[in-house]
Design a protein around this ligand. Structure first.
Ligand SMILES: [Zn+2]
Ligand SMILES: [Zn+2]
Length: 321
């Protein structure tokens, strides 16, 4: 891992990308080219924002693990299809989808990936994994788009509803295995949303673990033991509280901060989990709070540095590792 992206390079890359999604592609492609020489797998951080309100700085949560040419999509927040297109991966090639939990910043584009991928010429089955009621959500989505879908089919799109195979998961398990990946899950702390999952992807050359949305959760460290990359959600609690006290989001800071502390993770605690896991790199994504101007990367890195000594990357949209 350290040969693919140096600690200094990671920190410089994160710094150069601070708050500027438009700058992401050039720096991330440089990182990707460096990594591509040695690696069969890459991680593309499609969308790095936390929470549902759209913002101009980061797209909602979505990630791709690409092994050889096969993409695996983890979460589908609003804008995911557009971000996939921006990454250079054909949306028609996305045939494995993993939902961590049912919040709209992770699911708003789920149906759109199914629908727009078909319109883009997808062939073959799609496997979608996630907590209940994913099956019902999928059926209701097809009910919603049926008139449009039937018109498209008349215009030559292959019938695709029966291509979609939903696998509901309710507990820690081996979620999926094929020749390129093994995907395992852990239950995380995100009440009242239950179940909510972390996923670990073991590929032929490395492992990538996604915390999903969670409060401080040692199950993430256990799932991510010795992982090459731990992609952890993060909420800068101090800045969030200040933001709310100044009237941000029109919410009472008291109850909202209690909710945030129970269901999301501070950079210091994410660093503790990375240390406990012996993770080789900590990548912050699902980054909050969203403020204007955005919080500098250094605020997250400095806080996490107190508890984790390895490389820390504050992701930006479309960064590739
Ligand atoms: Zn979220
Ligand atoms: Zn959530």
């Amino acid at each position: 891992m350290s040969s693919m992206i140096t600690r200094r390079g990671a920190l410089q890359g994160a710094s150069a990308l601070s708050g500027l999604a438009i700058a992401g592609s050039s720096v991330s492609s440089a990182i990707a080219q460096d990594g591509a020489k040695k690696s069969r797998s890459k991680l593309i951080l499609l969308g790095t924002s936390a929470g549902s309100p759209p913002n101009p700085f980061r797209s909602a949560c979505a990630n791709l693990v690409v092994v050889d040419d096969t993409p695996y999509l983890i979460d589908c927040g609003a804008g995911t299809c557009r971000q996939i297109a921006m990454s250079g991966v054909p949306v028609a090639n996305v045939r494995h989808i993993f939902i961590t939990h049912h919040h709209s910043d992770h699911t708003a584009d789920y149906g759109n990936v199914l629908q727009l991928g078909a319109g883009a010429g997808r062939l073959g089955r799609v496997d979608a994994f996630g907590p209940p009621p994913l099956q019902q959500m999928t059926e209701r989505f097809f009910d919603m788009i049926r008139p449009e879908m039937e018109n498209r089919i008349k215009d030559g799109v292959r019938p695709y509803e029966k291509d979609i195979h939903v696998h509901e998961i309710s507990t820690e398990t081996l979620v999926h295995q094929d020749a390129l990946v093994k995907v395992t899950s852990a239950l995380v702390e995100h009440l009242p949303t239950y179940p909510a999952f972390a996923y670990r992807f073991d590929t032929p050359d490395r492992s990538i673990t996604f915390s999903g949305d969670t409060g401080y959760c040692e199950a993430v460290a256990k799932l991510g033991k010795d992982t090459d990359i731990l992609v952890h959600e993060v909420q800068h609690m101090t800045i969030m509280e200040e933001y709310l006290r100044k009237g941000g989001r029109n919410r009472d800071p008291g109850p909202f901060m209690k909710h945030m502390r129970e269901t999301h993770t501070s950079p210091e605690d994410a660093g503790k989990i990375a240390t406990m896991a012996n993770a080789r790199m900590l990548v912050f994504s699902h980054i909050g709070p969203q403020t204007n101007p955005p919080i500098p990367d250094a605020a997250f890195i400095d806080a996490a540095r107190q508890t984790y000594s390895g490389p820390i990357v504050v992701a930006s949209d479309l960064m590739t590792l």
